[in-house]
Design a protein around this ligand. Structure first.
Ligand code: HEM
Length: 122
């Protein structure tokens, strides 16, 4: 299964597509059921591609320490907030605070991902 772990392109592709679908669903005036279903499929692919990277690289990249585990935690939180925003929007509840939390965890996730061992590294 080296296509899952030899690089980060697959993982990046999955979360970029997910973000695009999320913004389409979040800014649509009505509920887009099909887009939300596709988004849930992307969540699974994000978790598979990210989980494979984690299992492969966690023990090999020792200098990042706990950051590797934090990356996974924050990645899952990003998915959680996307779901929460769409669920609350569909029910007509306020979503402002969740947009702020989503923005913060997304930035932390991007920072943790890009500052670690493999793939793109600034
Ligand atoms: C929408 C949510 C997510 C975003 C925006 C995201 C973003 C990123 C980014 C920017 C990178 C760095 C890619 C590179 O350096 O080339 C990365 C790598 C990684 N991601 Fe995610 N990710 C998300 C979800 C997840 C999840 C759910 C997991 C675990 C199940 C995960 C595990 C990983 C791992 C292990 C790496 C490799 C870190 C490294 O050594 O560079 N990610 N992710």
């Amino acid at each position: 299964m080296s296509f899952l772990t030899s690089g980060t392109h697959l993982h990046i592709t999955t979360w970029v597509i997910a973000l695009v679908l999320f913004f389409i669903a979040a800014f649509a005036s009505k509920k887009l059921t099909g887009v939300q279903m596709a988004l849930r499929v992307m969540y699974i692919l994000i978790i598979i591609s990210g989980g494979a990277l984690f299992l492969e690289w966690r023990d090999k990249i020792t200098e990042s320490g706990m950051n590797y585990d934090m990356k996974v935690l924050f990645g899952i939180l990003v998915i959680g907030f996307m779901e929460m925003i769409l669920a609350r929007k569909n029910k007509g509840k306020s979503v402002n605070i969740f947009w702020i939390l989503f923005g913060v965890v997304l930035l932390v996730t991007l920072y943790l991902g890009l500052s670690m061992g493999i793939g793109i590294n600034f």
